[in-house]
Design a protein around this ligand. Structure first.
Ligand SMILES: [Mn+2]
Length: 311
């Protein structure tokens, strides 16, 4: 498929706090097309060791050069590229998120990871071991360790393993990293300050922290919540991260869509994501928006008329 034009001076871009799916997909395409890579800020806890392992060089803002082609990966909304703002007419967007915040034509497929899309798009006969590790790391994290995914996911995974010679143990070794002291403190404080409510048998937990919002959400799921929210206030801006158990999809409880709809109703707010992972952010008071998202999740459960049996 000819989505990316060869022989043009190309910059590959992905979202803030780049995860292994972003890093692995960028690395693979950079190898194929020989362009530069730029990120809005440094990668996240798992993206960073992967980028280091791959010796992937990336440019951080400000960008000093102009390019003929900008290829944006794994990014559902332009706000996730800030402060990078590529010229619209030279931009190609490749993504796997169901909620589209771009308002213009993008190349998207309903897959669990961007890595699957870019690999199948290129379908190379020969794949370097490190390319395989990058792509597999993306699939592994976006499927939450293969707890999500359809037959296409596993077919693509098998093909990448066969052609690159990489295996899953290699990938785990590269992306498993220890939590920093400040992350551990955030998680503990998040636990201390957390509250929870029940709605039709679903446990909804929420808390307030200063950073590591998504890690704190995962901690709350680990503690037993079905849906978790963790919010922070930074000056005039707030950020709320959300996570849901993998089976929310079975109940059609889509946190990404809920955040997207909330953002549509409020000015200067961005919201989006997947069923089980979403972010709402913008200008405003975090406690106010926390109330909105907690109420929103209760309403969603009531509207869908779903319940979880108490075991
Ligand atoms: Mn992704």
């Amino acid at each position: 498929m000819d989505i990316i034009r060869p022989h043009l001076k190309t910059l590959f871009l992905s979202h803030q706090n780049a995860d292994p799916d972003a890093i692995g997909s960028l690395y693979f395409l950079q190898n194929r097309y020989d362009g530069d890579v730029a990120l809005p800020n440094p990668p996240d806890r798992k993206g960073k060791p992967l980028a280091e392992y791959l010796c992937m060089e990336y440019i951080l803002p400000p960008l000093r050069e102009e390019y003929e082609q900008y290829v944006i990966l794994d990014t559902p909304n332009p706000s996730q590229l800030e402060p990078i703002n590529p010229p619209e007419e030279k931009t190609i967007i490749i993504d796997h998120h169901p909620v589209d915040g771009w308002g213009r034509e993008i190349y998207s497929e309903d897959r669990t990871s961007c890595a699957e899309i870019v690999f199948d798009m290129e379908d190379p006969d020969v794949l370097a071991r490190d390319e395989g590790i990058g792509l597999l790391a993306g699939i592994l994290t976006d499927t939450s360790g293969f707890r999500r995914g359809d037959s296409k996911t596993f077919r693509t995974t098998a093909t990448i393993m066969e052609r690159s010679g990489a295996d899953i143990q290699d990938v785990y070794q590269v992306i498993s990293s220890k939590r920093t002291y400040s992350e551990k403190i955030c998680r503990l404080k998040g636990a201390e300050r957390s509250s929870h409510i029940r709605e039709n048998g679903f446990l909804i937990a929420y808390t307030f922290v200063n950073s590591f919002e998504s890690s704190v959400c995962e901690m709350l799921l680990g503690a037993g919540a079905d849906i978790s929210f963790s919010g922070s206030q930074r000056g005039d801006d707030f950020l709320i991260s959300s996570r849901g158990r993998n089976d929310l999809i079975r109940y059609d409880l889509d946190l990404g869509r809920m955040f997207h709809n909330l953002a549509d109703e409020h000015e200067n707010i961005y919201g989006g994501g997947h069923y089980g992972a979403a972010v709402l952010k913008g200008e405003g008071d975090v406690t106010e928006y926390m109330k909105l998202v907690v109420d929103g999740s209760r309403d969603m459960i009531k509207e869908k008329e779903v319940s979880r049996p108490l075991e």
